[in-house]
Design a protein around this ligand. Sequence first.
Ligand code: GLU
Length: 553
Amino acid sequence: MSLEKLADLIFPNIDKTPEYYIKKYPKRNLKEGAIVSRYAPSPTGFQHIGGVFAALINERLASQSEGVFFLRIEDTDQKREVKGAIKDTIETMHNFGMDFNEGMTGEDSSVGEYGPYRQSQRQEIYEAFAKDLIRKGLAYPSFATPEELAALRERQIEAKITPGYYGEFATDRNLSPEEAMEKIKNGENYIIRFKSPGNIENRVDFHDLIKGDISFPENNQDIVIIKGDGLPTYHFAHVVDDALMRTTHVIRGEEWLSSLPIHVQLFDVLGLERPEYAHIPTIMKNDNGSKRKLSKRKDAEAAVSYYTEVGYPAQSVIEYLLNIINSSFEEWRTENPDADYHEFPVSLDKMNKSGALFDIVKLNDVSKDVICKFKADKVYGLYTAWAKEYDKEMYELVTNNEAMAKAIFNIDKEGPKPRKDFAKWEDVRGKIDYFFDELFNKETAENVELPKTLSLEAAKEIIKVYKDEFNFNSGSQEAWFEELKEIGAKLGYCANRKEYKANPDQYKGMISDVAGAVRAALSHRSNTPDLYTIMQILGEEKTKARFQAFLNL
Ligand code: GLU
């Protein structure tokens, strides 16, 4: 009776019970095996690549099983909240090809029958569950001040025992309801703690869908369930929300693994059905031989905005993350070069249990493979969308020369082994800038790259002759090359490597030197796609002008 009074005194306006909510949010009517999963970020505005990683696993498993993937906003730490963060989360996930079936759809809107999907709007639900626990003597108000708790902690550490509010140290658990009511009426501040029935001597066996079989001691800490500001802690909100939202799989970062004993216990005491758990390895980085967490402060690539800024297509990032999730993705990709990545079946039990190593070099390889399969029109569209934002000069040049740009992006595209020039849109400028007079004409003799065997003077000698003898309309790559060999031979450059090696003194050099001179004159580069193609894209006039300009360098 007095517990009832205590519960009423603490939560006078709460008249609903847990049973009410359990009935209000019934089990979902989904096909057998359908997974209900969620992405549950705090709205701090900073999108970490680890968040995309976690969301991707959740989204794939829900989608593959024809389940539900929803967005829940965990805003119980209101100090950290950033305006616009919800919109930013939804947009980011959308850009990475992940749309939510349910949950928040904006700052103040949502879809779905299992809401509210924002924790700060669920206060009365948490209170109903907390009130019920108090009524049953399974939770209690605790009046210990932060100073008292700090002093307790110090004493415990000194005595080399586990710190915390538990067992004999949890003195407020022994207050009678009358004593507690007295303190409340006197205006003392309090929080609500869970009265843990656990004993650390007991072990709990547990199966995690990624980590496998694990075993841990029971929780015996009287953890806080409702904070001083009236909002729940993560532990309590997680259990209440995932039970009522009928989440079947909680797939979250492994930093929560150590709290699992608390969560398992809360589900049991509350009599709620526990979801399956999968704890995702933290994304690590190899830093000069030692592994460490990707850090928001030290590593640009920790922020999702980095990938947008340097211009990795979303598909590249996703395919790279799929590689980390299941290493079999790579083989699948080789066997199914043109398949949509959504067709790859993600599986938790094949996931690496310990670290997920993030490696930019590998990301670049994956991304080159992705981009090389994009048709020229698609490359043009994605590149100009990126450049418009991040490289205005290239945006102007490329869009003012659309046909030429598309022809450039189409170089060696259609064959069985398309060129892999770009890992990200930021790479494009350095690979194609020479096509544009506006950029090329700013270059000087210092920019000219030549084969090691050829001096600038010798290159000019070649071009002096070549520019008058070459036929722009040779008709094919092969005919063009035959002609190059003939001109080279006349100038004393050998077209046959063996012959040259046998009598090096009889020649000025090899045909590769002649090609190198032409390449240098047209592009100032020593490494470009095929020269015939470059000349065709530049056009006769520009090609000739470049030969002339080369002689004047
Ligand atoms: N808000 C928690 C976080 O951002 C969610 C963890 C979970 O998925 O349960 O870490």
